[in-house]
Ligand binder design. Structure first.
Ligand SMILES: Cc1cc2nc3c(=O)[nH]c(=O)nc-3n(C[C@H](O)[C@H](O)[C@H](O)COP(=O)(O)OP(=O)(O)OC[C@H]3O[C@@H](n4cnc5c(N)ncnc54)[C@H](O)[C@@H]3O)c2cc1C
Length: 232
């Protein structure tokens, strides 16, 4: 898996700080922007989002390339609706080699499971190739492909949606592959917009407790998780 922040809104914090001040100042957004500085932006973003006016951070968007992940992962990713996606198409790209599949560690670590997994993928690959040779179009041959198929996807989310995405998907209750992806995305946006992503991560970080109730994994320690994400 590879996650790369490709592009993001220029001066994301100055811009969101400007948006936050626009509602209460008589000056125009361009005048406010010209006078904005990082300290002022930090103060105003914290104050206004603290009131619950979180829409001001929607003005900053972040675009990631997410490469070599499974279709099982992207199926979960695209459930997040306030985002834009473009994904590699199984109608155009051929899936005829075993390198194009993700093997979960739980399977790779168990000899018998790994063997079974490999045998099944080999069989699927053979049948897939045979279907193509029989003139079946890729868009139909793909019906036999598994969730393990590797794929590439480009995703754009604004800072508000990203924070929500991190709340749900950096949590240990999230599936491992989307959790690893989300955590890497958070690591990269924190570097370029530390104020917008302060205290971002699983929702327990801001809440101070686990909202999962009875589903809370016994190994979860909110303080440790908070520390880990602050030092990401
Ligand atoms: C641990 C875990 C397990 C899951 N298990 C399942 C499962 O078993 N089956 C399953 O189907 N899904 C499952 N999901 C997916 C989950 O139900 C959501 O579809 C997904 O997480 C997207 O989150 P969302 O709807 O909050 O946010 P997004 O789509 O990212 O939207 C962000 C926010 O915008 C608002 N919003 C967006 N669209 C609407 C709308 N149409 N109407 C009103 N408000 C809207 C909501 O406030 C929403 O929280 C799981 C998710 C997690 C994290």
């Amino acid at each position: 898996m590879k996650v790369k922040l490709l592009r993001y809104t220029a001066d994301p914090e100055l811009l969101c700080g400007t948006a936050a001040l626009t509602s209460t100042k008589t000056g125009s957004p361009s005048e406010i922007f010209d006078k904005m500085d990082p300290d002022k932006a930090k103060r105003i973003i914290k104050r206004v989002t603290g009131y619950g006016h979180v829409s001001v951070i929607e003005h900053a968007s972040f675009t990631f390339s997410i490469e070599g992940v499974s279709r099982a992962m992207t199926h979960q990713l695209v459930r997040h609706r306030i985002a834009s996606y473009t994904q590699q198409s199984q109608r155009y790209v051929t899936y005829n080699t075993l390198e194009k599949y993700v093997t979960p560690a739980s399977i790779a670590d168990k000899t018998e499971a790994k063997e079974l997994f490999k045998e099944t993928l080999e069989r699927i690959s053979k049948t897939y190739n045979k279907l193509l040779k029989l003139g079946i179009p890729k868009e139909d041959a793909r019906f036999i492909l598994p969730n393990a198929c590797k794929t590439n996807i480009i995703v754009t989310m604004n800072a508000r949606e990203l924070r929500h995405f991190f709340n749900l998907r950096c949590c240990v209750r999230a599936q491992w592959e989307i959790r690893e992806t989300a955590t890497e995305m958070l690591k990269q946006v924190k570097k370029v917009a530390p104020v917008l992503f302060e205290n971002a991560g699983p929702s327990c970080i801001e809440l101070g407790y686990c909202p999962e109730g009875k589903m809370k994994p016994p190994e979860c320690n909110v303080q440790e998780i908070k520390k880990r994400f602050q030092n990401l």
